[in-house]
Design a protein around this ligand. Structure first.
Ligand code: NAD
Ligand code: WQD
Length: 336
């Protein structure tokens, strides 16, 4: 079976491509390399011992998409392509809506015209807005996000729900990721942010390897066990296993289905720092700073629906997340 993976050169996409190749899928990657490099996919090919087809191009290029669907027997699409920096999305909302919403709609139109109606979409826990009660189940209401990035995810979910209502032949997974971290156990592929990392885990790893001086902890006065923010960190390899399960389940069901991909357990920023120090043997100096705008105090998943319907659950614990992050970062201090 041939799967088109948009954004397959990126952090999560590259891990998904590896898992797909290992599971004997034929993989076509479409990526414009705006936030990634071709090297990630060369490494994926080496790890898998199999080749993929790479097309450097943009999901907003309708002609290119039509050509891809005409020339390859694509049966499903995993759609990772998009911009993901929350702060940048506040400064450049049009770039985010054009890429994440416009690009997605162009992709779905090309799929519809080619008769390809099986889709796994990278959504986010950000669609729950500023939730009050934890854990978050898929039944929790979605809400306006505090930034255009989050808003773009919510908008694409709405587009896909409308699409599934209008045409019952579509099979769509809306996978709501919590906080993906970690790397493949080989240390060959991982997260490679351009410039200063926006997210906690790569920032910690870059401090440990000596690329950054110290971590700024955003907020020490939340109503949490140690005052710092609590999140549900999920190992990226567990996350992509959830995608392969969703792809299987979509073969036998139609409609648009939301599934949380999280562990069901939250850790604070300081717990993350301590766990990373213990595994790596490196010190991670930090200072307490003001809260970051738009952050919630805590957020973790109720993963029961995915466990029941996808027969999937996260298996890798905090130590493995830290060890794999450190192996990737220390083997590749400057990324790819
Ligand atoms: P990433 O930036 O590493 O990967 C995204 C890939 O898409 C990159 O390789 C980039 O070059 C490519 N891309 C961007 N715009 C494109 C376009 N118009 N055409 C073709 N390719 C394009 O990000 P990631 O962390 O791997 O995230 C993958 C997906 O998961 C994204 O949609 C992201 O919003 C979503 N997501 C990520 C997280 C997270 O914390 N990493 C959490 C929730 C959801
Ligand atoms: C985690 C915790 C921070 C950096 C974001 C997006 C979300 C999503 C994933 C895609 C928080 C604290 C962080 C730092 C810190 N992506 N922190 N110092 O904010 O939960 O989610 O990425 O859909 O949409 O909002 O993840 O890793 O940025 O932060 O103290 O330098 O670490 O305040 O408590 P977040 P994060």
């Amino acid at each position: 079976m041939t799967v088109l993976v948009t954004g397959g050169a990126g952090y999560i996409g590259s891990h998904a491509v590896l898992a797909l190749l290992e599971a004997e899928y034929t993989v076509l990657v479409l990526d414009n390399l705006v936030n990634s490099s071709r090297e990630s996919l060369s490494r994926v090919e080496r790890l898998a011992g199999r080749q993929l087809t790479f097309i450097e191009g943009d999901i907003r290029d309708r002609q290119l998409l039509d050509k891809l669907f005409a020339e390859h027997a694509i049966e499903a699409v995993m759609h990772f392509a998009g911009l993901k920096a929350v702060g940048e999305s506040v400064a450049e909302p049009l770039a985010y809506y054009a890429n994440n919403v416009g690009g997605s709609v162009t992709l779905f139109q090309a799929m519809a015209d080619a008769g390809v109606r099986r889709l796994v979409f990278s959504s986010s826990a950000t669609v729950y807005g500023e939730p009050e009660c934890m854990p978050l189940s898929e039944a929790a209401p979605t809400a306006r996000a505090s930034n255009p990035y989050g808003q773009s995810k919510l908008m694409v979910e709405e587009v896909l729900k409308d699409l599934a209502r209008a045409d019952a032949r579509w099979s769509i997974a809306l996978l709501r990721y919590f906080n993906p971290v970690g790397a493949h156990a080989s240390g060959e592929i991982g997260e490679d942010p351009q410039g200063p990392p926006n997210n906690l885990m790569p920032y910690i790893a870059q401090v440990a390897v000596g690329k950054r001086e110290k971590l700024s902890v955003f907020g020490g006065d939340y109503a949490t066990r140690d005052g710092t923010g609590v999140r549900d960190y999920i190992h990226v390899v567990d996350l992509v296993e959830g995608h392969l399960r969703a792809l299987e389940v979509l073969k036998h069901c139609t409609g648009a289905h939301a599934w949380n991909l999280g562990t069901g357990r939250g850790y604070s920023v300081l717990e993350m720092v301590a766990a990373f120090e213990a595994i790596s043997g490196k010190r991670v100096p930090y200072t307490l700073q003001a809260r970051r705008e738009g952050d919630v105090a805590e957020c973790w998943a109720d993963p029961a629906k995915a466990r029941k319907e996808l027969d999937w659950q996260a298996r890798r614990g905090l130590e493995e997340m830290m060890a794999d992050t450190w192996r990737w970062q220390s083997k590749n201090p400057d990324g790819y």
